[in-house]
Design a protein around this ligand. Structure first.
Ligand SMILES: C[S@@+](CC[C@H](N)C(=O)[O-])C[C@H]1O[C@@H](n2cnc3c(N)ncnc32)[C@H](O)[C@@H]1O
Length: 333
């Protein structure tokens, strides 16, 4: 695999290093779509966008990211593609508005023919100590993808009630010791640094749990990051918006990294593939629902070689849907 190291346009900005996950598979997914615009809803360092622009000359990219550092890095990396690339600093749930504002229309060559979600956090967000996402470095408890947002991880930890902390740890981290950790957080407040949070989690966990494989604070950090960035709440509606925006034959691709994200991707694609049909699944449809997408293949996972080269890809799953025409027919049929 290529070394995905890129330089940014700002000489004061450190190198932005993120290896795009399932790169070849993403190139293949969008080989099938008509000419037009692919919305990269999670542009990051622009690795997937660059791969698509290189492989498919008929495609342009509208790249969205809520992280200004990522956008700066991606703009530098993609500059050579000129007006085939537009980048916008925004959360992806504003996608429909951005498409309108950019004057992207419909019809041959002018429409949205793809939407890519490569969810979660980029490597620089994890690897830059000052971002406060990682239990590996002692840093202020920040975890905001968009640093213009007000609420930080410290705010969530220092102001949430115990029941709320338990919910966050269980729902976003599948943390079996949620109550113990929530109580320990409340007893130790106020917390200011990732190091303090790691110590609190360690102190709350029984010795047997601490001896298990993996960092004891991993689930807590994941849960907190998802809460700070409201990652799951806005995802279902945005996948629906992406499907609405697509031209017939266009594709939506979702790369998820944990069960909560994957459940949402699977559910929204299945719902669109049933066209909102409410008839019992064992019986033929009589409610007249028309499917909006067909599901393309099964979930794709990285192979062993990719996981060996990039352990962060290990939990990735790619799900793909293809937009049907208004009568629920496949475009090429
Ligand atoms: C896994 S990285 C994407 C990496 C990218 N595919 C590449 O090849 O470089 C995810 C990116 O999505 C951004 N992101 C996550 N949730 C977002 C949201 N709701 N709206 C906009 N950007 C988001 C993050 O800031 C991060 O830069």
């Amino acid at each position: 695999m290529d070394d995905e190291r890129t330089s940014t346009t700002d000489p004061d900005e450190p190198m932005f290093f993120h290896r795009p996950v399932l790169r070849s598979e993403i190139i293949r997914v969008f080989a099938e779509v008509p000419a037009g615009t692919v919305i990269d809803a999670t542009l990051g360092g622009g690795g997937h966008a660059e791969a698509l622009l290189e492989a498919h000359p008929g495609l342009s990219i509208l790249g969205l990211d809520r992280d200004a550092d990522a956008l700066r890095a991606a703009s530098g990396r993609l500059a050579r593609f000129g007006d085939r690339v537009v980048v916008v600093h925004t959360r992806f749930d504003r996608m429909a508005e951005v498409v309108r504002a950019q004057g992207i229309g419909t019809g041959p060559g002018n429409g949205v023919v793809g939407v890519l979600f490569d969810l979660g956090v980029s490597s620089p967000q994890f690897d830059r100590p000052d971002r406060g996402f990682s239990y590996r470095f002692d840093a202020p408890l920040d975890m905001r993808m968009d640093r213009t947002q007000r609420r930080t991880a410290a705010d969530v930890l220092n102001t949430s009630a115990e029941t709320e902390l338990v919910r966050i740890l269980r729902e976003h981290g599948d943390e079996p010791n949620a109550r113990r950790i929530a109580r320990a957080i409340i007893a130790a407040r106020p917390l200011a640094t990732t190091g303090e949070l790691v110590d609190v989690v360690r102190s709350a966990l029984p010795a047997a749990v601490q001896r298990k494989k993996g960092h004891p604070a991993k689930r807590t950090f994941q849960a907190l990051r998802i809460e700070v960035n409201d990652e799951l709440a806005i995802l279902p509606g945005t996948i629906d918006d992406a499907i609405d925006a697509l031209e017939p034959g266009g594709r939506v691709a979702v790369v998820s990294y944990h069960s909560g994200e994957d459940r949402i991707a699977k559910d929204r694609l299945r719902t669109a593939a049933r066209g909102g049909c409410t008839c019992p699944t064992q019986l033929p449809c009589v409610c007249g629902a028309e499917p909006a997408v067909r599901i393309v293949g099964r979930a794709i996972r990285p192979d062993e070689a990719e996981i060996a080269a990039n352990p962060r890809a290990a939990s990735a799953r790619l799900r793909v849907g293809e937009k049907l025409d208004t009568h629920g027919h496949q475009e090429s049929a």
